[in-house]
Design a protein around this ligand. Structure first.
Ligand SMILES: [Zn+2]
Length: 310
């Protein structure tokens, strides 16, 4: 397939998805009309915002059906969806009225979305790739990685079509057709998508070293090293701070430590925790993108040493 062919393919998929989305919406509004309008307000004047990927349609359909059974006729006048939107791999749901009755159904829908591929509806997980956060199955994660291949669209297409020694002489595309993508293929695609390792000057280094005490405070001896990736000061997009930890990365600790970092003046850095095991097998890590950044596309931030007094 040529680069242009790939572009056309993506375009066709986008059109098909758009059609499927319109059909999905039309059917839902027909079947559950009361969920989409507010008593006394013309539906067109303040339409419900529904923007969910095709892979999540089934999750949303189930939600509409559950709400149908949970809200009795007498209470339907005050209810209406306001917003059903996919944002950074999470399903955002807002509505007016009858909160307690439908809360469990809303909770279930959010939970289901967390493990459902946004593209195809098969089991998936929340996966980062080049700054975007989506729920993907392995196959569609690979597709996302192909789309951010550093060598460009044409080179990526060629690579996917060409025999590879790491895959027993088969082309990646052929391997994919045989079933679930093997770890090695995810590993190879991750490597191809990695950004350049950052370059920092003395001032950056001095500033970044101040992150050491913050993370040391949070993780103690478990903190093995700190690395910097996806850092491009000119772009104003900040950077990714990778904390390499002994043992498993503790996802529960992430939010608290990120807050501590922001308080210390580092709100421009996105913190990612990478465990020892993640480095051994990035493809199966909780966060494969960050694990590969740590291995392939980051630089070490030297340990902070307070200046010795004279
Ligand atoms: Zn998928």
């Amino acid at each position: 397939m040529t680069g242009d062919g790939h572009g056309f393919f993506v375009f066709m998929v986008a059109i098909q998805d758009e059609r499927r989305h319109r059909a999905f919406l039309a059917e839902a509004q027909l079947r559950h009309a009361w969920q989409f309008r507010q008593r006394g307000v013309a539906a067109a004047s303040d339409p419900v915002e529904v923007n969910v990927p095709v892979g999540w349609h089934r999750v949303i359909k189930r939600l509409f059906t559950e709400v149908e059974t949970l809200v009795p006729e007498a209470e339907r006048g005050g209810f209406r969806w306001r917003r059903l939107v996919a944002a950074h791999g999470a399903l955002e749901i807002r509505f007016d009225g009858v909160r307690d009755r439908i809360k469990p159904a809303v909770f279930r829908a959010r939970e289901a979305a967390q493990v459902t591929c946004e593209t195809c509806g098969r089991p998936g997980r929340l996966l980062l790739a080049a700054g975007s956060r989506c729920v993907s199955c392995d196959l569609h994660f690979l597709e996302r990685l192909r789309d951010c291949d550093r060598a460009g669209e044409q080179a990526a297409s060629n690579w996917w079509m060409s025999p590879h020694p790491g895959l027993g002489g088969r082309a990646p595309i052929v391997v994919l057709r045989t079933g679930a993508p093997p770890e090695i293929l995810i590993d190879l695609a991750l490597r191809r998508a990695m950004p350049d390792a950052p370059r920092i000057n003395g001032a950056h280094r001095q500033r970044l070293q101040q992150t050491w005490p913050v993370l040391r405070e949070a993780f103690g001896e478990r903190l093995r090293s700190l690395r910097l990736a996806e850092f491009d000061p000119a772009s104003q997009r900040g950077g990714t701070l990778l904390a390499l930890l002994a043992g498993e990365a503790d996802a529960a600790a992430q939010a608290g430590v990120a807050t501590a970092l922001a308080r210390a003046g580092f709100s421009d850095l996105r913190l990612r925790l990478v465990g020892e095991g993640d480095l051994q097998a990035p493809a199966t890590a909780t966060d494969p993108w960050s694990a590969m950044l740590a291995l392939e596309a980051s630089i070490s931030i030297p340990r902070y040493q307070p200046a010795a007094p004279f």
